[in-house]
Write a protein that binds this ligand. Structure first.
Ligand SMILES: Nc1ncnc2c1ncn2[C@@H]1O[C@H](COP(=O)(O)OP(=O)(O)OP(=O)(O)O)[C@@H](O)[C@H]1O
Ligand SMILES: N[C@@H](CCO)C(=O)O
Length: 308
């Protein structure tokens, strides 16, 4: 039996709309992500379990993980023996934590291991992005590659091998707070402007390229100082109840950055100390999340998708 874990991720990472993403590891050692098990069976079988299984369509054919299995059998490994594929759906849907990417990445990675295919890393990443694009309203890699490869990734179609890993300060802590309600990614993409004025495009390019260069040369504080999102956040903030209040309150508690994780509604902060992260987490638990929500203090998950 093959059992694969894929971590949650922060798409956009504030400064890199559709181009930057980071994999998350809660510092208390808990796993925050989906798990897929693949084992031999008499005929192909699909099971969806886990805390959020009941939030997904009950028809297997509407579950991305099952769609990945069908595609894999038809187009990648037609001679693979029949399998039972179980998705443990541990991430909330429409959370901004890369939930659909997580299922897709875990499923393809598990099937690839089980069938021992000769797919290259880039081919696998492309396949994963094709499937996530089916539900998210646009093709983007910023949940797929961090989830698969771990760490912070600069990612996209024109990037060699689809992704370049970036270093971060090991002292940075990330608080990820899921408020407990969903925001559909396709909806959160539909509120974005279709075109950007020249000035904004130039500023976006400057900010992202400077951010990456600063990280690659170890100037972490300077990188942190220019983090910001003028592309998506102003349009999405009104869709996320409590976000604007949190953005105002958290800097006084030590948050260096407060932004939307992926398409939201999860909010994330970057903090330079554990104490600051704990203060932010306490505030978010009191003021941002409901009974269905949760909050984790994290560092980056450098390992990405892996066998358990
Ligand atoms: N295994 C799966 N995991 C997540 N979503 C799935 C899965 N299978 C099918 N879906 C459907 O795909 C859609 C995913 O929606 P959406 O892109 O908003 O969520 P998401 O990927 O969880 O969001 P995010 O990336 O912000 O965490 C939903 O309609 C959901 O029912
Ligand atoms: N970059 C994507 C991430 C979706 O999780 C977006 O912001 O729409």
């Amino acid at each position: 039996m093959i059992e694969v874990y894929a971590p949650a991720s922060i798409g956009n990472f504030s400064v890199g709309f559709d181009a930057l993403g980071a994999a998350l590891a809660p510092i208390d050692g808990r796993l925050l992500g989906d798990v897929v098990q693949v084992s031999s069976a008499i005929e192909d079988q699909f099971v969806c379990s886990g805390n959020y299984a009941n939030k997904l369509p009950s028809e297997a054919s509407e579950n991305l993980a099952y769609q990945c299995l069908v595609h894999f059998r038809e187009h990648v490994a037609p001679t693979m023996l029949p399998v039972k594929l179980e998705l443990k759906k541990n991430l909330p849907i429409g959370s901004g934590l890369g939930s659909s990417a997580c299922s897709v990445v875990a499923t393809f990675a598990a099937l690839d291991k089980f069938a021992e295919t000769a797919l290259s890393q880039e081919q696998l990443i492309e396949l994963m992005a094709d499937f996530e694009a089916r539900v998210s309203g646009g093709r983007h890699y910023d949940n797929i590659t961090p989830c698969y490869l771990g760490g912070l990734q600069l990612t996209g179609d024109i990037i060699p091998n689809k992704s370049i890993a970036l270093p971060v300060d090991k002292q940075w802590y990330y608080v990820a707070a899921f408020p407990g309600f969903s925001l559909n990614t396709a909806k959160a993409r539909s509120v974005l402007p279709k075109q950007l004025p020249m000035h904004n495009s130039v500023e976006f390019a400057q900010r992202l390229s400077a951010f990456c260069s600063l990280l690659l040369t170890g100037r972490y504080d300077a990188a942190l100082a220019i983090m910001g999102d003028e592309i998506a956040e102003p349009h999405r903030a009104p869709l996320i109840s409590g976000f604007s209040e949190a953005k105002l309150a958290l800097p006084a508690l030590g948050a260096e950055v407060v932004s939307i994780s992926g398409a939201g509604p999860t909010l994330f902060t970057v903090c330079k100390s554990l104490k600051a992260a704990q203060q932010c987490a306490a505030w978010l638990e009191q003021n941002y999340i409901n009974e269905q929500g949760f909050c984790h203090i994290c560092q980056l998950d450098e390992r990405g998708t892996r066998q358990l």
